[in-house]
Ligand binder design. Sequence first.
Ligand SMILES: Cc1cc2nc3c(=O)[nH]c(=O)nc-3n(C[C@H](O)[C@H](O)[C@H](O)COP(=O)(O)OP(=O)(O)OC[C@H]3O[C@@H](n4cnc5c(N)ncnc54)[C@H](O)[C@@H]3O)c2cc1C
Length: 386
Amino acid sequence: MRYDVIVVGARVAGASTAMLLARAGLRVLLLDRGRRGTDTLSTHAFMRAGVLQLSRWGLLDRIVAAGTPPIASTTFRYPGEEPVTVGHRPSPGVEALYAPRRDLLDEILVAAAAEAGAEVRHGYAVTDLLRDATGRVCGVVTPHGALRARFVVGADGIRSLVATAARARVLASGRNRSAVRYTYLDLAVPGTEWFYGDHAGGGVIPTNNGAACVFVGSTPARLRQLWTGDPDRAWRAALEQVAPGHPVARARRTERFRGWSGLPGFLRQASGPGWVLVGDAGFYKDPMSTHGMTDALRDAELAANALVAAFDGGTDGGTDGGTAALADFARQRDSLARPMLEASDEIASFDWRGAEVAPLVKRLSVAMADEVTLLEGLPGVEEGVA
Ligand SMILES: Cc1cc2nc3c(=O)[nH]c(=O)nc-3n(C[C@H](O)[C@H](O)[C@H](O)COP(=O)(O)OP(=O)(O)OC[C@H]3O[C@@H](n4cnc5c(N)ncnc54)[C@H](O)[C@@H]3O)c2cc1C
């Protein structure tokens, strides 16, 4: 069987793209080398644009029904200054923000893709791309055999095999990288909190099961220095640096520590003949931005719209192979991504003390506001909010 689209990677970017393509009536195969319903590295925070997408797609109710707590406000804490709390202004489809655990979120998206008619296969590692006589990508190679499609979507994360095999060019790169440690604490907080210390930052994010996901980040060298000896003592010392005196340092830890050793951000070419990249595969920025999932949901829809337009333009992926529609997707993605990449890269330098980071945080939120404006202009997809 030949598919219209094979999507490689079944998490936030891939499952959403597959769902949208299947809802549009395309024959979609969604593959992942991993197991379904598993956890992955993330501190879970969705920005307004991410919640808006889940709402527009009719999936936010499932996140809420699973007991994900609403987040009503964000507090910014700079050393020596009074905390500043900003309430989230409810808007159509976004009554509050949410930070669902990844096993929950990713499974909701995969289930929605399957309900829409996508064929979902886990335990399928893609090892290469297939090309036709013209060099156009026309499928994937797996240990279970070759699978053919008009387009292949790489949603396979930071070390994307699809991007490598397609020889996607790197359009922009960051220079800095944060190392992050996070865990879950038995701590009820009404809103998200962001801490900025000297050359280090962190946050508290309310998530499922009455827990808060709490993280600290700094340069890899600085975090290594802090993280010596007893991990709980190192953890409290790190929290004391970014949020001195905050009750978070005394809360009971309910899960193991998780760590991320960092990678500079990048923006890769969004598409080429027969292939498209979404999510971290195409655009990765430092996790101190807590924005990767939000971007993944945005690009899922922009890329899906482009692919649907490509198929609408002809019976076999459009007369021009979908080039014009995919070029539009690339333009939109790049113009939103570049300011975010630049601001998050500067934050990840940790070359700031306390409130010196505020203008960078502001730059990031301006870029996020542009993203919300774009998404609000798209038609509601299911239980539309437009
Ligand atoms: C420490 C940390 C904290 C973060 N915190 C936040 C946060 O608070 N908020 C936020 O928005 N973002 C956060 N992020 C970023 C966010 O996790 C990513 O942006 C997001 O997971 C990207 O989703 P994705 O679907 O593109 O890729 P991934 O989630 O990486 O999924 C890729 C999938 O592709 C599959 N795959 C890979 N290779 C192959 C192959 N060859 N064949 C088949 N399948 C393959 C993998 O098994 C995987 O399931 C954080 C990241 C880190 C590291």
